[in-house]
Design a protein around this ligand. Structure first.
Ligand SMILES: [Zn+2]
Length: 57
């Protein structure tokens, strides 16, 4: 589990509270608070993020 303010690396993260999905594109990106519920706890999705899905965000 990660918290807002962490730099857990590029990838897809899911809010533990409401299920909101966010993306970090760079390893230097900082996890924000959840834009939906303002919670600070995230779990990392294990699925690989394909180039195709990045382009269609
Ligand atoms: Zn949330």
């Amino acid at each position: 589990m990660f918290k807002s303010g962490d730099k857990p690396g590029a990838g897809r993260y899911k809010c533990l509270t409401c299920g909101e999905i966010i993306y970090l594109f760079k390893n230097s990106d900082v996890l924000p608070s959840c834009p939906e519920c303002k919670a600070a706890n995230w779990v990392k999705f294990k699925h690989a993020l394909s180039q195709n899905s990045i382009l269609h965000l």
